[in-house]
Design a protein around this ligand. Structure first.
Ligand code: ATP
Ligand code: MG
Length: 584
């Protein structure tokens, strides 16, 4: 239970239903732990020949009816209280889980990209959905029985103690409960076995989701390369592994209840022998047996609670990998207030590595004055995208400093920094929403007229209005129902709308048809005017428009300056440019 202490604050929001549930659990416990045994030993015997039967005042018919009605009454109290308890507990469970799932998702939004890239999407989805689900099950099972069962146990043991006091002393209670401590052994044993297996189940659920989402993401490749059978085989592999672990858990979890029942049966026989020897009357014995059963039953259920707790712990471990991961890139404690920046970018002795042993940028120093269109060129893997990624602080430089207008990016609030940057990536990513909303992402408080003007600037307005739904056309997941060129123009419209002083463009490597190409080049030219632009250039035509060239080679800038100068001094640039010139 200690394990769950840091999460108790989630319960604060559900205080009232929780209190209601607790009250219902008390009623339930009294009805089942005390009500039933009491009826058996003190009420029923009055109607049958025996010690408590008074022949001078035989029970009347109305006595009998009243008593008969008392039986359903006990069950009504027990049933209604039990029902309300379960309902309220489930309510608390879903509320708490909603909060936890939201916290998990919120955390995913701020974790550094480098952390997310080490995880697979499928596994993260599985943590966010199936582990939180498991935790919800745990919470509701545990909360449900954690109130009802101890209440029942206390009442039943209390009844036994009362009986013992009235009949044959304390020894009887001790005999009755002698075997209870034995139940601890199977409960602990199964708990130990289950936690390992539960962790494996959740891990394998992660692999199943992983294969699933990977396959759906590559639907076209599967068909093109004829991978259908291979994919089904790979999926079958992970589901089989999952089932194996699920059955290993079932093997132990299901053994617990019978084990406790067998122990309780021995407890009953022990009580029978002792009660016979000390001469306990039948009705008292019956009451004791019912109370005894009522006290073993909670133990059985609490045993199941322990196994459920182990499953929950395994899931919590997996959630905490994300929940407790350091945010890494966060706002400074005392941020420098910045408004609209001019966009002069400086790198001072910046080094960077994705993995500690392989440096990707080495001691890069460069100053890009505000208003410069700066083209980053160099062979593939030279570090151009990495260089551009350090400016919006997607990654943190391992050494040195990145500045904008002379202010270290680490000294600004992330929101302030990123509000000054518009980013158009290699592959334009759109959300499953309308075109209007996708453009609005650039600046969410923009008016409809501003959106349309941005779309015009990006040469997107005409093709958008040609759709029957116009700006309200839904673009499909990741923009799947638009063509590559259309997607890029929507992304450019977004950048126009953002109207940021600093523009980062990762030019698409895949060539577009010449019509789209012409529009996009024109849009780009317009977009770049009056801003500082970092453009990762793959095309001859783009490089020609740049006022400054940075030539990257193996993580270092080997030449910089205007085209003519770099062309004359850098052999690498000359060869890249000539090659493109020929190709372009
Ligand atoms: N997320 C990552 N994790 C680890 N290594 C990475 C990561 N991203 C890039 N790299 C490595 O860093 C180096 C530089 O990559 P980068 O993407 O900056 O190259 P690039 O110059 O943009 O190449 P291209 O022209 O092909 O886009 C490459 O060797 C690449 O393998
Ligand atoms: Mg790149």
């Amino acid at each position: 239970m200690k394990r769950f202490r840091p999460y108790l604050h989630y319960l604060r929001a559900v205080r009232s239903p929780l209190a209601g549930a607790l009250l219902c659990a008390l009623f339930y416990g009294v009805a089942s732990g005390f009500g039933l045994p009491y009826m058996c030993s003190n009420v029923f015997p009055r109607f049958f020949p025996g010690e408590q039967f008074d022949p001078t005042h035989p029970p009347t018919t109305s006595d009998l009816l009243l008593t008969a009605l008392a039986i359903p009454l006990v069950f009504v109290v027990r049933g209604v209280a039990g029902y309300l308890n379960s309902y309220l507990i489930q309510l608390c469970g879903v509320r708490v889980l909603e909060a936890l799932r939201l916290d998990f998702f919120r955390k995913l939004q701020v974790l550094p990209l480098s952390f997310l890239q080490q995880q697979t999407t499928g596994d993260l989805i599985s943590r966010g959905l199936s582990d939180t689900n498991q935790l919800q099950n745990t919470l509701t099972t545990v909360a449900n029985d954690l109130m009802k069962q101890p209440a029942t146990l206390v009442c039943a043991v209390g009844y036994l103690a009362l009986k013992a006091y009235m009949e044959k002393g304390v020894v009887l209670v001790l005999v009755c409960l002698a075997l209870v401590p034995l139940c601890v052994f199977p409960i602990r044993y199964v708990g130990r076995k289950l936690i390992k297996r539960a962790a494996q189940i959740q891990r394998h659920l992660g692999s199943v989701t992983e294969r699933f989402s990977e396959n759906l993401g590559a639907a076209r490749e599967v068909r093109a390369f004829g991978l259908e059978a291979r994919e089904v085989g790979r999926f079958g592999e992970v589901t089989r592994a999952l089932i194996t672990w699920q059955m290993k858990a079932v093997k132990y979890a299901q053994a617990l209840t019978p084990a406790i029942e067998i122990i309780s049966a021995f407890g009953i026989s022990l009580t029978l022998v002792y009660a016979h020897n000390v001469g306990v009357p039948l009705n008292a014995f019956l009451g004791i047996i019912v109370a005894l059963y009522a006290s073993y039953d909670p133990i059985k259920k609490l045993g199941a609670v322990t196994s459920e707790l182990k499953r929950g712990t395994a899931s919590l471990d997996r959630l905490e990998v994300i929940l407790d991961a350091p945010v890494g890139i966060a706002d400074p404690v005392e941020p420098v207030a910045v408004g609209r920046l001019r966009g002069a970018v400086g790198f001072q002795h910046v080094s960077f590595a994705y993995r500690a042993d392989t440096p990707v940028l080495r001691d890069v120093t460069v100053n890009i004055p505000a208003g410069t269109v700066c083209a980053l060129v160099g062979p593939t893997g030279a570090g151009k995208t990495t260089f551009a990624n350090l400016v919006p602080r997607f990654y943190e430089a391992t050494a040195g400093a990145v500045t904008i207008d002379g202010v270290d990016v680490r000294a600004m609030r992330l929101a302030d920094l990123r509000r000054n940057i518009a980013l158009v990536s290699q592959e334009a990513v759109l959300f499953h929403d309308t075109i209007l909303n996708n453009i609005l992402l650039g600046r969410q408080d923009a008016t409809r007229a501003e959106v349309e003007s941005a779309a015009r600037d990006a040469f997107a307005h005409d093709f958008i209005t040609a759709f029957p739904q116009g700006y309200d056309t839904i673009v499909g997941e990741r923009g799947a129902s638009l063509s590559g060129g259309q997607r890029q123009r929507v992304a450019l419209a977004r950048a126009f709308l953002r109207n940021a002083p600093l523009l980062i463009l990762d030019e698409a490597t895949s060539a577009l048809d010449s019509e789209s190409e012409k529009f996009i080049q024109a849009a780009l030219k317009k977009l770049m005017a009056g801003r500082t632009v970092l453009i990762i250039a793959h095309r001859f035509s783009t490089i020609r428009d740049a006022s400054m060239i940075l030539v990257f080679e193996q993580g270092a800038i080997v030449a910089s300056g205007p085209h003519a100068e770099v062309y004359a001094t850098s052999r690498l640039y000359k060869s890249l440019y000539d090659l493109q010139g020929v190709a372009g």
